[in-house]
Design a protein around this ligand. Structure first.
Ligand SMILES: [Zn+2]
Length: 470
């Protein structure tokens, strides 16, 4: 008997706002517990929420990126439930009228429908310690968007591709940090299985606490197998919320799932509708950064990067910014690309900094490449120049000038170096004369070392050959 999996995702992304969704408390990670709170986010009687303008703006940007319809008048709703991390006793969310709806994301060969994107506030954080539970409300009221897909995914791999795609959009739009480990991108996964060919959906289970993309893949595969086993043994699936425990590679029952009715959603009387007029929509659209899909095709078509190279560089948003700047300053795209993914990537690692902390831009890379192409420096020296660009706040030409990095092309000057090296390495000279042509490579290396790699390689090898043949 063959089974197929039906998978839907609910993705929560914390928005990159400076203040919370409905009050002016700062959004901060790892601050002293309960230091970022006020009467509004603590749900004190009489305290009234005011919507942070950035929140609908960011939600609309994401809606546009994920091909959603944008609702002209959407509504806040209260989702009522009692839990200690929720000081008001309800969460401000959206129910019947979410801000974005009916979108879709294209994976390689299929479309995944997006049911909705809605705005909501985060809850506080419970910290379990020594048999006690502590509560930190710094996160209560932090703005989120929730992206809900239709159950169109059929495998863990498709779910992974979709989550990566949505994450990429959030990052390139600059509206979320997407750090899954810190919990600002979280994913709940709904999984059910059915016999292949069936058209009805069976009972599903929801998995919470999935905090990395690879954990999500493991979690989905685990759940698919668990449900198939139950069906094979003639059992049935109970609707449950389960918690994924990555260390044990298994999930456990968290609770029997509440139905929507139990949340008693109703429009929030303290907040007006969110209005997105045609004019507002146009303004948001025109200010939006380039979408990753468009950037990708631009790189393939205009920069002539391969598909592989494209994926390599797209993985690091800061690199794409430098690449675009370099090309703007007339650098050949492929050369700039090569410096970014090799030397610059290596130095970032060695210096233990993030790509966002690279202290120079594409203009400097363009200048460096121009100096190589004009023969002012060798490509080996260029590597040293890049090293200096990380530690000194100077342009490549200043670095070359100050460090005497210019390429040595004067045959007379090179001849002096060659004669020195030959005198110091009589054995290699004899070897060469006996027909061991390999000795040439050694002599070349010694001359390069003496000139700190500044010698023009082709002129140098001519000079060496001339001297050896004498
Ligand atoms: Zn507050």
């Amino acid at each position: 008997m063959e089974f197929e999996a039906i998978i839907g995702l609910e993705i929560h992304a914390e928005l990159n706002c400076e203040t919370k969704a409905f009050c002016s408390c700062p959004v901060a990670f790892a601050k002293e517990a309960n230091s970022c709170t006020c009467p509004v986010c603590m749900g004190m009687p009489g305290a009234l929420p005011t919507l942070n303008k950035k929140v609908p703006e960011y939600a609309v940007m994401l809606g546009i990126a994920l091909n959603c319809k944008i609702r002209e008048k959407s509504q806040h709703a209260r989702k009522n439930y009692f839990y200690p991390d929720l000081p008001k006793g309800y969460q401000i969310s959206q129910a019947k009228l979410p801000i974005c709806y009916d979108g879709c994301v294209e994976l390689d060969d299929k479309k995944i429908r997006i049911n909705r994107i809605h705005i909501e506030e985060d809850a506080g954080k419970l910290i379990h310690m020594d048999g006690k539970t502590l509560i930190d409300y710094n996160r209560a009221g932090v703005p989120l968007v929730e992206i809900v897909t239709e159950p169109d995914l059929r495998s863990a791999k498709e779910a992974k591709l979709l989550l990566e795609k949505i994450k990429e959009n959030l990052l390139y739009l600059g509206i979320s940090e997407c750090k899954m480990q810190q919990g600002n991108l979280r994913c709940d996964v709904n999984v059910s299985v059915r016999r292949k060919g069936d058209t009805v959906y069976n009972q599903r289970c929801e998995m919470k606490n999935v905090n990395s993309i690879s954990a999500m893949e493991r979690c989905i595969n685990y759940e698919i197998n668990r449900q198939i086993e139950i069906y094979k043994q003639g059992g049935s699936i109970q609707r449950q919320t389960r918690r994924w425990i990555d260390e044990k590679n298994e999930s456990v029952v968290l609770r029997e799932k509440e139905s929507i009715g139990e949340y008693r959603y109703f429009p929030d009387p303290d907040l007006p509708c969110i209005e997105v007029t045609e004019a507002v929509l146009l303004k948001i659209k025109s200010a939006m950064p380039e979408l990753p899909e468009i950037k990708r095709s631009r790189y393939l078509d205009n920069y002539a990067l391969t598909k592989y190279e494209c994926e390599e560089i797209m993985r690091v948003k800061a690199f794409t910014k430098i690449l675009d700047e370099a090309v703007e300053h007339k650098a050949p795209a492929k050369k700039a690309y090569n410096y970014l993914v090799s030397d610059i990537a290596r130095l970032i690692n060695e210096k233990n900094i993030t790509p966002d902390e690279i202290p120079f831009g594409g203009k400097q890379i363009a200048e460096l490449i121009a100096m190589i192409e004009e023969g002012k420096i060798t490509s080996t020296t260029a590597k040293d120049v890049i090293g200096c660009m990380f530690s000194e706040n100077k342009s490549p030409s200043e670095i070359v000038k100050e460090n005497n990095f210019t390429q040595l092309e004067d045959p007379k000057l090179l001849k002096a170096v060659v004669l020195d090296v030959l005198a110091e390495n009589q054995k290699s000279v004899d070897d060469y004369k006996k027909g061991k042509k390999k000795a040439m490579g050694f002599i070349m290396g010694e001359c390069m070392r003496k000139t700190h790699n500044r010698a023009n390689a082709s002129i140098l090898s001519l000079v060496i050959r001339e001297e050896l043949e004498k």
